[in-house]
Every structure is written in C-alpha cells, then in structure tokens.
Design a protein around this ligand. Structure first.
Ligand code: CP
Length: 321
C-alpha cells in the first residue's frame, strides 16, 4: 500500500479486519518488518491519540520514529502556491516536503481543514502535496476531509462489541461551541457504508455531509426516529459542510442542546453502545453519565487506534521498494 486515506486503499475490508485481530492477539509479530525504517509523523495540528497510537504502532513494527510539530520549533510553512512570501512564513511546503522525504521511509500527515474555502479543503491540497512531492508512501493522520485511522479503529471496535450479525449504527450530530471539521464523520460514513451494518445518519438541516462519503446511507432528520433500535450510537459534532448551503461552509449554524446525547436519548436505542472518537466536550456532545456508563466504548476505540495504525504501517512496509 503506497497511500492511505480511504477504506478503498485497504482492498478487502474483511481481510483487513482479520489482520487487525491477528495483530491485536500478537502486536509484536511483525517487529522485524520495520528494522532500519523510519516513520516521520508531521503534525500541523494538535493531537493526543493519533500521536501516541501511531508512534506505538511504528514501535510494534520495529521502526524508528521522528515527530515534527510544524507549528512548534520548525520554520513557519507557506502552503499556497504563487504567493509573495513577505510575511511571517520562512519556507514553502514545496521545498520542505521533499526535504522531509530525504529523512524517512514513510510519512504520516495531520493537516486539518481551514474551514474557510470548501474547494481548497475538499481538494486535500496539503495532503496531496505530500503525496506528490515527498517521494514516500503517505498516510492520513486526519486531513482536511478524512480520518481513516479513526474510522478503521471504530469499525474494529464495532466488530468486537456487536451482539447481532448486522447491527444498526447511527452517526448523530451533537452540539459544540466551536466550528469543527467534517473529517471524522466523513470517514466514519465512508467506512460504515463499506461494512456489514445498517447505517443511519442524523443531523439538523444544513449539516448534510458530502455525498461522496454519505453515499446511499439513510439520512433521518428526526434524531429520536434515527436512534430508535440503534445498537451503536456514534456522536460527533461537525461544522456546516456547505453541501446544501455553500455560503455557510465551516460555520456553526446550530447549537441546539436537544441533540446532546443523554440517558433519555440512549433509552430510545436497543441498549446501544456509545461511541466518540475523543477528545469530547462533556455535557455538550454527551452527558457525564452516558460517557462514564457501562455501554460507553470511548476507551476501547482509542485503544484500537494502535491496532488500525499497525495494520496500515505493516501494509506500507510490506510494499516498500
Ligand atoms: N481521535 C483523535 O484523532 O484524537 P487526537 O486528535 O487526540 O489525535
């Protein structure tokens, strides 16, 4: 595997899930694979889980790891082409990327959406520059529009905890004080559409996700109806994707606390498991008693980030030339 940003990059999802279970049972099985190979993790944005779990995954495979926080200690990078660089940015990404490629074998990139220009964000401008100019295999550690390592970990978690063969999985929007990207819900939708689940998305009007990710999933604007009979409730905030209202792209257009997942919301479900990618704003997205309750899977999801990253890095190491 040369690049990883989509469920399609893995080939058979069933095989990838088997590989995940195999690695979970013996996470150092492939420790020789990464000997003398170096992973460079490039962060344009903050992280707790992605940073630790991906580093741990690389260590499981015997790799060396370099972490670059672009906004702390590195030159400020210009990402736009054709600008006169007379401001505070000292280096252009077009030189910085091939230089980074000189020091490593595989690159992971975290680069969030700016939420100002939908076309720029959805073109994955920064991630695709790494693909084009680094000369290395590149994987997404949450980019402008996708977070596949999270969605893969979420699917592993659902597989481990499902109590029926084909569970009902509901992705529900929930309120948040700040504008957040659509990367997590986009990837979650993409991966659930590829998985053996009944998938429903619920959100207030105006929050329609990009059709490329939501595909033919059921979209139900009535949250109570959507949650009825759910086996898994995946709560997440996202800002306006600008699909039905382009002028509102990246904005907070609803703060309705009636969407916060509390015990009453969970009572409409089939004793559902609660899921969230973390970090989470308590009592905005979900109440304390739900996230701390016995059906909450937020910690197992985070733990499975190590497994999804190990599978992805293993595949990339196997295909290194
Ligand atoms: N879920 C997730 O990607 O967490 P971090 O932003 O802390 O990496």
């Amino acid at each position: 595997m040369r690049y990883f940003s989509s469920v399609n990059d893995l080939g058979s999802l069933q095989l990838a899930l088997h590989e995940a279970i195999e690695i979970k049972n013996d996470r150092f099985k492939y420790v020789e694979l990464g000997k003398n190979k170096t992973l460079l993790m490039v962060f344009f944005n903050s992280s707790l889980r992605t940073r630790l779990s991906t580093q741990k995954a690389a260590m499981n495979l015997g790799m060396n790891v370099i972490v670059l926080d672009v906004n702390q200690g590195a030159w400020k990078l210009e990402t736009e082409h054709g600008v006169v660089m007379d401001g505070d940015k000292s280096e252009h990404l077009l030189e910085a990327i091939p230089v980074m490629g000189c020091y490593c074998d595989i690159i992971g990139v975290r680069s969030f959406a700016g939420l100002k220009d939908r076309e720029y964000d959805y073109a994955e401008t920064v991630f695709n520059q790494f693909v084009k100019y680094s000369g290395r295999p590149v994987f997404a550690m949450e980019t402008a529009t996708v977070h596949p390592l999270q969605a893969f970990a979420d699917l592993i978690t659902i597989e481990e905890h499902k109590e029926v063969k084909r569970p009902k999985v509901v992705l529900t929007w929930a309120p948040h004080p700040k504008a957040l990207p659509q990367a997590v819900p986009n990837s979650f939708a993409e991966w659930m559409n590829a998985a053996d689940v009944d998938f429903v998305v619920t959100h207030p009007e105006g929050y329609e996700l990009d059709p490329r990710f939501v595909e033919n999933a059921v979209v139900e604007y009535n949250q109570m109806k959507a949650l009825s009979g759910a086996d898994f409730v995946y709560a997440k905030n996202w800002s306006c994707p600008g699909v039905t209202s382009p002028a509102n792209y990246g904005q907070v257009i609803c703060k309705d606390m009636g969407w916060t997942i509390d015990e009453e919301h969970m009572s409409w479900t089939n004793d559902a498991h609660f899921m969230h990618c973390l970090p989470v704003r308590r009592n905005m997205i979900v109440t304390d008693n739900v996230i701390e309750g016995p059906r909450s899977l937020v910690i197992p999801e985070a733990a499975n980030r190590e497994i999804s990253a190990t599978v992805v890095l293993k595949r990339m190491l196997e295909d290194l030339k």
